[in-house]
Unconditional design. Structure first.
Length: 147
């Protein structure tokens, strides 16, 4: 089957697990992750920390690219621009959705958004990822396969 040549969803990284981020949708060119905001996600102002949004957007955008990579291909974020638009509050479910804007042989451009279940826009991002035809020698082993 042709789908067997494309990458599977990567395992959730340790940081994603420790933040209770969960995998959402996975389809060619699209990926989502979500989290239910808890007190430990919050900054001293009592709202979700911007670092949580950054991790979620990196995961969703990177996952969108990985969903269309061949199993032997490899990628890494080279730039991620995040705009913090509104606060995430305790008890809200936030979903980050990433999509491929344009992909070339060695570079891809991606975009993403985080929205609350109400539809309120929380953050947005654009980013650039490098693509290699195989795992670079200076990268750790593929056995960890984390995004």
């Amino acid at each position: 089957m042709a789908e067997d040549i494309f990458s599977d969803p990567p395992n959730l990284s340790g940081i994603a697990k420790s933040l209770s981020i969960q995998r959402g949708q996975w389809s060619p060119g699209h990926c989502s992750v979500f989290v239910d905001v808890e007190e430990f996600h919050c900054n001293k102002g009592g709202v979700a920390h911007g670092g949580l949004f950054t991790i979620m957007l990196d995961m969703a955008c990177g996952g969108a690219l990985v969903s269309g990579l061949l199993k032997e291909e490899w990628c890494a974020t080279t730039q991620l621009n995040v705009s913090f638009i509104d606060a995430g509050r305790i008890g809200e479910r936030l979903e980050a959705v990433g999509s491929v804007t344009r992909r070339g042989r060695n570079v891809a451009h991606l975009s993403g958004e985080i929205r609350a279940q109400s539809g309120r826009l929380i953050a947005s991002a654009t980013g650039t990822w490098m693509i290699w035809q195989s795992k670079p020698e200076n990268f750790p082993g593929r056995e960890s396969d984390n995004v």
